[in-house]
Each structure stands twice: as C-alpha cells, then as structure tokens.
Design a protein around this ligand. Structure first.
Ligand code: BTN
Length: 326
C-alpha cells in the first residue's frame, strides 16, 4: 500500500484527500496517517492540510525497490525490480537470475557493488550513496552478432533521459560512453549468453556517476558526475525510471528493424566524435581518420586521409580523440 500511496501522491496535481485514500485502499484514516508518517520518517516531505488532504512537496534521494517501482511508468522494461543495498556486481546477479528464469526486462539495481566490473577486465569503483549501478535483462529473438547494437541503444536512451530530465548537455563518445564536458559520466558493460545462432539473454550493465563529489586520483581528470556539473543533488530513482522509459521506446523501434535506423539520426546528433578527427585503435593497425557518424548497424563510419571509407565495428576497435580521451 505504501508504494501505491506514494505513486498516487506523485501522480496527483495538488492534494489528495484522506477519505479518497481510505476508500481506495479500504483502510481506516489512522492507517493512512501511519503510512504518511512512515514516508516522512524516510525523508519525504509531505504536507497535510485540513479539508484538502495530502500533497508531496519533495522526495529524498533514496533508492529502494518501493521507490523505484513507484516511479516506473513503462509497460514491461524495469517492471520487475530487484534491489540490493550491496551486492557483488549487478551484472553477475542478473545473470544468475536469468539462469533461474527471470523475465525479459528485469532490472537489478544496487546502491553499492563490491566487485563491480568494467570493460576489458577492469574493476568499476562502486561506492555507496552516490551512484547508480544497474543491469537490465533482455531476451531478444535475433542473431548474437546483432547484440552489440543494444549497447549503443542503451547509451543513447540514457543520454536522452539525462538531457531531458536533468537538462545537462551530455553527449556520447562512440560507441557507448556518456560524457559531459569531455569527462566520462557513465560506462556500460554488455554481456550475453548465446548458442551459435540464437541469444539466450543479454545483460546490459550501466554505472552512472550521479552525485559523486570526488574521484580516485587516476580518474580525477577523466571522470565527473551529474550532480557535480549540475551543482545540485540528482534523484537517482527518478533518473532510473526516466532511463527505462526512454529505453523501452527505443527498444521497440530496434525490434521492428533489428538495426539502429530508428535512432541513428538522434544518436549522431549527440556523438562527440561526429565530424571530428579520431584515432582508430585497431589491433595491429592504428590510424587517424575523419569520423562521420554511425551507420544503421552502429559502426562508426570514418573517412581515411586517402579518401577511402571504413566502417569501424565496436567489438574490435576503440577510438580516441587525437588529443586525448574525447
Ligand atoms: C566501463 O568500463 O566503462 C563499463 C563499466 C560498467 C559498470 C556497470 S555498474 C553496473 C554493472 N555491474 C557491473 O559489474 N558493471 C556494470
């Protein structure tokens, strides 16, 4: 009932009367009053006005199953929420849940990870109380070769959600880092379980620097957080719900064509590398080129100095700006 009351308070413009809540949930006035007090203790600012009812003035930056569920507005994406105050890695957790039959669109969120994984076998620093660590489970019916496109799709959805909700001018560094003022704010790690010609499941894990105020010495110049740039606290559960909403919409487009044509233009408009010189780091073959943008398969189209066009595939190579990370 608490989750439902919270959802109603959020969805109601103005006040919702105590009587309406009693009728809706078939409970006494005292029961409603108790729930309001519990919410206040958890940090929600709730105003009660005689003859009008209750209204929610502000929410704290809490992450919990209840909080995330009460904000979720999707059809199926992120509707099954599994939340941990602390876990090893949300990617590891969700893979276990997938093996046990968890449904498509399951979302695992943690406040802290003790064995957070980054790309290329690196660790992902995961302290509590400030960031978002989450993984989504997908079961698309398609060839495994197409799965890397989902990472770009998720990066684009996250960037759209941050831009719309937080009004921050984040952009994408191909293929899937999200950057703000040339510093990284999100990293994505996609893993999958496949047979030769079909996908059992795909797991997309994302770490977002949300309210981090400091970074380890080696990351200081390369990383930033949304809160640091916005100069105010960002509500993590609201952000998660906004990302799920964007991703559900873009995923539906993706499934129709099984490529990125539905988001290609939008993605390219956010691409920091577009129309820039980049260094392509292909194993055994490094070269500079002019980046044009992604094609509908998510490959980065680059023009070499001799005029030839190459399509760079994300799984094999990475790209740097010629003066540094971006
Ligand atoms: C990168 O190296 O840029 C990717 C980092 C991905 C980190 C996220 S945090 C949530 C999920 N669980 C993990 O263990 N890793 C991903």
């Amino acid at each position: 009932m608490k989750t439902e009351i919270l959802r109603l308070l959020r969805e109601t413009d103005g006040y919702i009367s105590g009587q309406e809540l009693c009728d809706k949930f078939q409970v006494s006035r005292t029961a409603v009053w108790k729930v309001m007090n519990q919410l206040k203790e958890e940090g929600y600012e709730i105003e009660a006005v005689r003859n009008k009812g209750y209204t929610i003035v502000s929410s704290p930056d809490v992450m919990s199953k209840k909080e995330i569920e009460s904000l979720m507005q999707t059809e199926f994406m992120g509707r099954n929420v599994v939340y941990y105050d602390e876990t090893d890695s949300t990617n590891t957790r969700i893979k276990r849940l997938a093996e046990e039959g968890a449904p498509d669109g399951t979302l695992v969120v943690a406040d802290k990870q003790v064995a957070g994984k980054g790309r290329r076998g690196r660790a992902w620093e995961s302290p509590s109380g400030e960031a978002v660590f989450m993984s989504i489970l997908l079961k698309p019916e398609m060839l495994p070769i197409k799965a890397p496109m989902l990472t770009l799709l998720f990066a684009y959805s996250t960037a759209c959600a941050i831009r719309e909700k937080e009004e921050l001018n984040v952009r994408i560094k191909w293929p899937n880092d999200i950057v703000l003022h040339k510093k990284k704010v999100c990293g994505i790690l996609t893993e999958m379980s496949t047979e030769i010609d079909y996908i059992n499941y795909v797991v997309i894990g994302i770490g977002i620097n949300v309210n981090n105020q400091t970074f380890p010495e080696d990351l200081k110049d390369k990383a930033t957080s949304l809160g640091l740039e916005k100069k105010e606290r960002v509500m993590r559960s609201e952000l998660i719900a906004a990302i799920m909403m964007q991703f559900e919409e873009h995923y539906a487009l993706f499934l129709k064509t099984q490529d990125l044509s539905g988001i290609q233009q939008g993605y390219n408009s956010l691409l920091v590398n577009a129309d820039e010189r980049v260094k392509v780091l292909e194993p055994g073959n490094e070269y500079e080129a002019h980046a044009e943008g992604i094609n509908e398969l998510g490959e980065l189209v680059v023009r070499k100095d001799d005029g030839t066009i190459e399509n760079v595939f994300a799984g094999e190579v990475s790209v740097r700006g010629i003066y540094g990370y971006v």
